[in-house]
Design a protein around this ligand. Structure first.
Ligand code: C2E
Ligand code: CA
Ligand code: CA
Length: 445
């Protein structure tokens, strides 16, 4: 493959000093290259020259230029033009797109150091590198510019150190960096920068084959690290108190979505939102929720509230009071993760609740355990006796779906029907589903 032919050789694609691609052209070329070489493991490598700015300041510009040209010449001479490409990005940053079996980073750094030393500049100049080994699952999804960002993050880890001259952005480094993001100030910044968004997971009535509601689930899409799992950041947000702000953001996003669909004359189903236990320390919680519903001119049935057992163990009287207030305002209250903790039955006994959501740990074991089947059956009966609704979470297989559907009027949430969807996909799903069903019973204008 001659990838250089894909772009016309006009000046606008090349860096005038070094003759290498500029970053814009590099992103385009690398995208094409990766598309054509799906079976090869590639890396995006970012190379940076230490103290380049000082060299430019101390010596003449020509010295800096000479270093850059020497570096570029090395790449021109050594990169295999059939499989690899390089560019000069900004200032003293070079980027390579190179197959793993052609990448010998220690040799590159060593050779470059040597070439620069042979220029006899009386300043110690070192090269540092950050490498992003491209995950095949990211191909076609993650733009090259973001892969470059990842390699740069790896580079920042080693820049200025004398022992280590390169680092890989791999899952270990990603996890470490994500750990560091869990401080409240970083989370607040992420919220301001709109890195959080909601996904929606439809909930079904399998007997009637209708969508009965959806759950709003928060997602953190970091500009460099990509999607960060709620299993990771929710516990951190609960520890440092940020969850209160985050939950309120999610509730508002859910209301905003409902309002927009109503304005567009489209049908809606109620959206369930999660209320972390820390919310119950704010006395203004019921007021906040009803003012939100008012702000978006919604009715309270359009928002459902999911509460877990951990809220119950904190301050029972206060919780009882609040849940009663929610219900008197017209909100539906669901008990989330039923059966997962120690006091699920106590909570059921004491608290005013409308619906039970059975924790997915039960359904997980349905195929393996007769006992689980019996427990599920009794939980459904229990809910029916108590005149409560019931949702079974985590339904992934036909077998699980059929068993749960055989138990009674049970709603189902799980990958079998749908994964949590980005807003746009959720809307397309809802439109299609309600259209096919001809079910416009939820349409409210
Ligand atoms: P949850 O409230 O029990 O939410 C259901 C979780 O189960 C979601 O995980 C959902 O993606 C996942 N799930 C749904 N169906 C299936 C299935 O068939 N199989 C499997 N394996 N998983 C399924 P997610 O989105 O990762 O959220 C995890 C937890 O994080 C949530 O559990 C909830 O406790 C918390 N969370 C998510 N969003 C929010 C939020 O906005 N506020 C608060 N306070 N917590 C949230
Ligand atoms: Ca939930
Ligand atoms: Ca749950």
């Amino acid at each position: 493959m001659n990838f250089k032919e894909s772009l016309p050789d006009t000046d606008s694609h090349f860096d005038s000093l070094t003759g290498l691609y500029n970053s814009e052209a590099f992103y385009k070329e690398a995208t094409l290259l990766l598309k054509d070489c799906k079976d090869i493991n590639y890396n995006i490598v970012c190379l940076d020259i230490s103290c380049f700015k000082i060299v430019n300041d101390l010596f003449h510009m020509e010295t800096g230029d000479l270093i850059l040209k020497t570096t570029a010449d090395y790449f021109k001479a050594t990169l295999n033009p059939r499989t690899s490409i390089g560019c000069r990005a900004e200032a003293d940053h070079f980027i390579l797109c190179i197959p793993s079996d052609e990448l010998n980073i220690e040799k590159i750094i060593h050779d470059l150091d040597e070439r620069i030393q042979s220029l006899h500049i009386s300043h110690h100049i070192l090269f540092f590198a950050g490498i992003y080994p491209i995950d095949k699952r990211d191909l076609g999804k993650l733009p090259i510019s973001q892969m470059y960002d990842r390699s740069r993050l790896a580079l920042q880890r080693v820049k200025g150190s004398y022992q280590t001259r390169y680092a890989y952005y791999d899952s270990e480094m990603r996890d470490k960096m994500i750990d560091e993001l869990m401080e409240k100030k970083n989370l607040e910044l992420a919220l301001r920068e709109r890195q959080f968004t909601i996904f929606l997971q439809p909930i079904f009535n399998p007997r009637k084959n209708t969508v009965v509601s959806a759950e709003a689930l928060v997602r953190w899409i970091h500009p460099v690290h990509g999607m960060i799992s709620p299993g990771k950041f929710i516990p951190a947000c609960e520890d440092n108190g940020f969850i209160v702000q985050l939950d309120r953001f999610v509730w508002e996003e859910a209301c905003r979505l409902q309002r927009r669909r109503l304005d567009e004359g489209k049908p809606i189903v109620p959206i369930s939102v999660n209320l972390s236990r820390l919310n119950f320390y704010s006395n203004d919680l019921p007021e906040f929720l009803s003012s939100l519903v008012e702000k978006y001119k919604l009715e309270t049935w359009m928002l459902k509230l999911e509460v877990t057992e951990s809220a119950y163990t904190d301050n029972r009287l206060q919780l009882l009071d609040m849940l009663s207030t929610f219900r008197s305002l017209g909100f539906t209250v669901l008990m989330d993760d039923f059966g997962a903790g120690y006091s699920s039955l106590n909570m059921l006994k004491d608290m005013p609740l409308d619906t039970v959501k059975v924790d997915m740990a039960f359904i997980r074991e349905l195929e393996k355990s007769k006992r689980v089947a019996v427990i599920l059956k009794f939980v459904v009966e229990l809910a029916e006796e108590l005149k409560m609704g019931i949702v079974v979470e985590g339904v992934e297989t036909q077998f699980q779906r059929d068993y749960v559907a055989s138990l009674g009027e049970v709603a189902i949430q799980g990958y079998f029907f749908s994964r949590p969807l980005p807003i746009r996909d959720y809307e397309a799903f809802l439109d299609k589903f309600l259209l096919i069903k001809g079910d416009d019973s939820h349409a409210v204008n």
